[in-house]
Design a protein around this ligand. Structure first.
Ligand code: MRU
Length: 346
């Protein structure tokens, strides 16, 4: 693996603003099609978040910030009230997905900027854009910090396992769970390999994580979610790193459905289980995981594979997008503010 510097490090653009326009990479089409789409209305941004064109907790927050700016820009162009329309957009975007707290964290930041400023019109719209850009830039820095700090937990020759996609695509670039892998491999020159869970039902592991790691030149093996147990039992895994959509005050972690099962398996097989997330994912108003709202998605995500029907008509379906891993199963939290190890309870 060739050594890189922090600035030349592998990066993917997920959602960004350029010369007055907002773009995102449509993740529903990956890995076969790399298509950038322009988002021109709040409704289009809401839809892009809901349909997972942009996804992953930090990226959803960044997208929402730009969504509010789009509302401000449109209000300005049509002579409407920028403040009122921007606040309305905050409410609308907050209804897109319930679990990732970064969405609400980013919208709260924008709302504070709007409420604290006496400006209006173009000046206010510009302040909103600056805040949206700042959220994006800060997220990238957080990811780099997570990479640098998390890489210390990875040894040369390690084989790691991850679930869903918590890579560059899920953030402003560089990722959370994948960041320590990129850092260890590219900056520190460690030889590592990764097992990627396919992550049913929407296959973020197969479509996105496998794509990112392959693009980054890190050896990656795709497995069915149900294969993780036997891979761990064969003692092939040195550590598991996953991302988080929300971390409660007691350390419980909401992340992609299947994460909890993986944590139980890790505990059983004595494999370290790490959660990597920026501080914006910590929600102290959720005292425990039981306070975290879990998104339920459509039955078609499970009963269809593409256009093919793969379950009997009328079958009952339960399709939560996330689950909660109890804090006691987490070995350490890798954050941009440091690595916090759990002290085991006796
Ligand atoms: O439904 P998704 O694809 O948005 O779910 C994403 C995850 O669960 C990620 O692991 C989490 O958001 C962390 S991303 C850095």
């Amino acid at each position: 693996m060739s050594h890189a510097t922090e600035t030349t490090l592998f990066q993917i653009r997920t959602v960004w603003h350029e010369t007055g326009r907002v773009f995102l990479l449509d993740q529903t089409l990956l890995p076969t099609v790399e298509k950038v789409i322009e988002i021109e209305s709040v409704d289009a941004m809401w839809d892009a978040i809901k349909r997972l064109c942009v996804r992953g907790a930090p990226a959803i927050g960044v997208a929402a910030g730009y969504g509010v700016w789009i509302a401000a820009r449109q209000a300005l162009a049509s002579g409407e009230d920028v403040r009122a329309n921007a606040l309305k957009a905050c409410e609308r975007l907050a209804s897109s997905r319930p679990t990732a707290v970064n969405l609400f964290w980013a919208l709260d930041r924008i709302k504070i900027i709007i409420k604290d400023n006496n400006t209006s019109g173009a000046a206010l719209a510009n302040i909103i854009l600056l805040e949206a850009d700042a959220i994006r830039a800060e997220d990238l820095e957080s990811c780099k910090a997570i990479g640098r700090l998390g890489a210390a937990l990875i040894k040369n020759g390690d084989t790691l396992l991850t679930h869903c996609n918590a890579g560059a695509l899920a953030t402003s670039g560089f990722g959370t769970a994948l960041a320590p892998m990129f850092w260890a491999a590219h900056i520190e020159g460690k030889q590592i390999s990764v097992y990627a869970d396919e992550t049913r039902p929407l296959l973020q592991g197969a479509r996105l994580t496998a794509w990112e790691l392959q693009k980054a030149g890190i050896p990656v093996t795709l497995i069915c979610d149900s294969t993780a147990a036997s891979v761990m039992s064969a003692k092939k895994i040195d550590g598991i790193i996953v991302g988080a959509d929300r971390i409660a005050a007691n350390g419980d972690v909401a992340n992609k459905i299947g994460t909890y099962a993986l944590a139980v398996l890790a505990h059983h097989h004595n494999v370290p289980f790490y959660v990597a997330a920026p501080w914006s994912t910590v929600d102290i108003s959720s005292l425990t995981g039981a306070d975290i709202p879990i998104e339920e998605r459509t039955r078609e995500e499970i009963t269809l594979s593409g256009d093919n029907i793969i379950a009997p008509e009328g079958i009952a379906v339960f399709n939560p997008a996330f689950d909660v891993t109890p804090a006691r199963l987490v070995t350490a939290y890798i954050t941009d503010k440091g690595v916090f190890e759990r002290i085991s309870e006796s």
